[in-house]
Ligand binder design. Structure first.
Ligand code: UD1
Length: 416
């Protein structure tokens, strides 16, 4: 199992580019199942989760060709519309094949994902949505069996906005009969990117990026070509890396409007930022103040940046209150940050962080993707060496993070 050794104390300086968005790439790759023929994607990040998605697509009969950051996917009718436990267990987003398979081929058998380190993460909204469109849903031997000769448009109202359920339903409704309205839809930029690609394929979707999305079903879709949006979570992580080391770092190839919730909080904390549409610069600082954040669906503060922001707050002047409203168990990094000397009191869904003037390196354990990034960030400033174990979580969602950080001055090495 790979580990990462971070030697703290170097100041990061320079320019670093953001890769394509993992959370946009996964649904986009699954959406190819809606149309046989060749789909082309550019700016595809090179990540473990993208690899797992391609494995599942290959299992479903697709031919996948990669040339650097371009992926060509030739889609053919699958012999069986099944996503096995072994794949779904590795990557929960595999459930996103359900909408396309069900609507295109009339059936999907997808292993139910279990719980995960950050919460129970049920998929009931996805299943209730398919049922509303007329699908017959059964759960047998750990699998969801979904069937429908033809889905029929209807109104779906989500209890809370779910990114995955919105995406699964967008794809399913694109080939349904008649009009579907999704109310309380997720407004994340990745949902918008998916809707844009579906429209390029011939779908009729309006309202993506707002809480009401309307989809008029069409009879067929055709493959298209698409440039995937930048990864806002990676961009935010890189910006915080510059901030926590008191360096001057410019993050390029990003969409700064997607990160306003973060940049507003960083400014409130006392950081100076220069921002234009596609780049953000964090300027040198001598210190920052504790600020409170509450995670919530987009455009509020993203849960996927909560752990990284908490690392920053461990070194702030004063106290910050971090409230997590999206996932019920997303404070696994608290105990690990405490091993580095951070002063954090976790309560149910709230953590009180009392800023200290230093962290001290120690061995720590990555528990999930974003918690891994948080520990690397803390390691960048902790005195001495921080050994981050179970770094495979990081590889699921960050393309060559250690290389990118090393290029701007970090001292990081990876070993097995
Ligand atoms: C996506 C992102 C993940 C991010 C999350 C929230 C991808 C591949 N992953 O995950 O990085 O942290 O959005 O921004 O895009 N819920 C239910 N029932 C459901 C679906 C969701 O109760 O059927 C709950 C979840 O447990 C969670 C909340 O709704 O508490 C939001 O989850 P959701 O937006 O669905 O997250 P994902 O799509 O799984």
């Amino acid at each position: 199992m790979d580990k990462m050794l971070v030697k703290g104390g170097t100041v990061l300086n320079g320019e670093v580019a953001t890769s394509g968005a993992k959370n946009a790439a996964l649904p986009l790759l699954f959406s190819t199942l809606l149309a046989e023929g060749e789909h082309v994607f550019h700016n595809v990040p090179i990540l473990k989760d993208v690899e797992s998605t391609c494995e599942l697509l290959s299992y479903l009969g697709c031919d996948v060709f990669r040339d650097g950051h371009t992926l060509k996917i030739k889609v053919k009718k699958p012999a069986e519309t099944v996503a096995q436990y072994d794949v779904v267990r590795k990557m929960r987003a595999s459930t996103l094949c359900m909408g396309p398979l069900l609507t295109k081929y009339g059936s999907a058998q997808v292993s139910l994902p279990g719980g995960c380190a950050i919460g129970t993460r049920p998929i009931n909204y996805h299943l209730e949505g398919f049922k509303a469109l007329g699908a017959d849903i059964k759960i047998e031997k750990g699998y969801v069996l979904a069937e429908a000769k033809k889905l029929i448009g209807d109104t779906i109202i989500f209890e809370t906005p779910s990114v995955g359920a919105t995406e699964n339903l967008l794809m399913a409704a694109s080939l349904a009969d008649g009009e579907t309205t999704i109310e309380n839809a997720a407004k994340e930029p990745e949902v918008v990117d998916l809707a844009n690609y579906l429209n390029k394929m011939g779908a009729k979707i309006t309202g993506a990026g707002t809480s009401i999305i309307k989809i008029t079903g069409v009879n067929s879709l055709k493959p298209a070509e698409h440039h995937i949006i930048a990864d806002r979570i990676e961009a935010g992580t890189l910006l915080i890396a510059g901030a926590i080391t008191k360096g001057e770092v410019t993050v390029t190839n990003c969409n700064s409007r997607d990160l306003e919730a973060l940049t507003i909080k960083m400014k409130e904390s006392g950081f100076k930022l220069s921002i234009d549409d596609s780049s953000m610069t964090i300027h040198k600082t001598s210190g920052w103040q504790g600020v409170d954040i509450t995670t919530a669906p987009h455009p509020a503060f993203p849960t996927d940046l909560q752990a990284q922001f908490m690392a920053l707050m461990t070194l702030a002047e004063g106290t910050s209150v971090i409230s997590e409203t999206v996932f019920e168990n997303r404070f696994m990094h608290v105990q690990e940050l405490s091993r580095l000397g951070a002063d954090i009191t976790p309560k149910t869904r709230v953590a009180i962080v009392r800023g200290k003037n230093k962290l001290i390196g120690a061995p720590v354990m990555a528990t999930d993707l974003r918690a891994s990034a948080c520990l690397v960030l803390a390691g960048l400033v902790a005195e001495g060496e921080t050994l981050v174990n179970r770094i495979y979580h990081l590889d699921r969602g960050y393309e060559r993070l250690e290389e990118k950080l090393t290029k701007i001055g970090a001292n990081i090495s990876r070993f097995t």
